[in-house]
Design a protein around this ligand. Structure first.
Ligand code: FES
Ligand SMILES: [Fe+2]
Length: 346
């Protein structure tokens, strides 16, 4: 068996979710490693998000150990200050002189769909039109279920595989989100404009949760993948023969950003915004998601990664099932993007 150290599994030329928009305050630095790169995120004086490499060019202190005021980051060690472009503004000391051109690398960031998106690839190619289109993200103001986060000891593609093959719900989540009756469902996969969609239609199956719990229903559990790693689920259940109309509150988000090759930032939530008196509903959905991902999905993902012991997924020759179709398509697309980047660099 090969123990080859595998290449980078993520493309650099893509927008990744760095954090939730609400995670960034005007007076706080957020340190986060993204794509193996330590970054510090903050807001400029006008509220615009900003990101710099999290290392001072003087003595290499993490800038996140300093502070931010009016959009100016001050290193916690000897006080050098940097603006959002990364340019050094010196410090307040009487000996303040520094070599011309002293700076920190800054990175393009955009606030959209309640999240902060970062581009760590070729700056010329950072086109905000490529940001995943998450139109179902609730607008600010209502009672909502977003802002959830988990840190996972698993490669981000294992997480993507998990969401793109929702037949795991019938086994791994037996008794919580799924049950045996749902195993009769059929999956169809399609692709349009680079968005991969897997549909799982489960007629005449027992509804596992919600207002129709325990009743025989027609159920669906579909997922759409937006490059590189945002997934939107639309799911629902109706009494047999009724029109399968999607509920506006019945969308769920799973967004993965590689922290390193072995660890992942997992952002999740659901659509719908609710009146104050229904505040318990989004809180309940959030708590349910959190519990299930924490207790059922993540332990499996982490155990898989441990078993794979650093080996390459394809070199291990996985047995492919028809239910893998969507996940494999995603993997191929990602692999192609990575290959193109490697070739371009040669
Ligand atoms: S290490 Fe940042 S100012 Fe010295
Ligand atoms: Fe799951």
């Amino acid at each position: 068996m090969s123990t080859r150290v595998h290449h980078r599994s993520y493309p650099l030329n893509a927008w990744y979710m760095a954090c939730w928009a609400d995670d960034l305050a005007s007076d706080r630095l957020l340190a986060r490693t993204l794509l193996d790169r330590p970054v510090v995120l903050f807001r400029e004086a006008n509220g615009a998000p900003a990101a710099l490499d999290d290392m001072c060019p003087h003595r290499f202190a993490p800038l996140s150990r300093g502070r931010v005021q009016d959009g100016i980051v001050q290193c916690g060690y000897h006080g050098l200050r940097f603006d959002a472009s990364g340019a050094c503004l010196g410090n307040a000391s009487a000996y303040s002189s520094f070599p011309p051109g002293t700076c920190v690398q800054s990175h393009p960031v955009v606030e959209r769909h309640r999240a902060i998106w970062i581009w760590l690839g070729d700056v010329e190619r950072a086109n905000p039109e490529l940001i995943p289109l998450l139109l179902r993200m609730p607008e600010p103001g209502g009672q909502e279920n977003i802002g959830n986060y988990l840190h996972v000891h698993g490669n981000w593609l294992l997480e993507t595989d998990n969401i793109m093959d929702l037949t795991h719900v019938h086994y791994l989540h037996d008794g919580s989100l799924g049950n045996e009756s749902m195993r009769t469902g059929e999956m169809t996969v399609s692709e349009k404009d680079g968005v991969i969609r897997a549909e799982l239609w489960m007629p005449g199956t027992t509804c596992p949760f919600g207002p129709l719990e325990g009743k025989l229903c027609d159920q669906w559990n579909n997922v759409e993948w937006h490059a590189p790693s945002a997934m939107i689920l639309d799911f629902g259940a109706v009494l047999p023969g009724e029109a399968a109309v999607q509920d506006e509150g019945g969308y769920a988000f799973h967004i993965f950003t590689p922290e390193t090759e072995r660890t992942t930032h997992y952002f999740f939530g659901s659509s719908g915004s609710y009146a104050e008196e229904d505040a318990s509903l989004p809180r309940m959905i959030g708590a349910l998601q959190n519990r299930i991902f924490l207790e059922e999905d993540n332990p499996m993902i982490e155990a898989i990664q441990e078993r794979m012991a650093g080996r390459d997924f394809w070199e291990m020759r996985p047995a492919i099932l028809s239910s893998d179709a969507a996940a494999i398509r995603v993997r191929r697309k990602i692999a192609k993007l990575c290959r193109e980047e490697v070739n371009a660099a040669d």
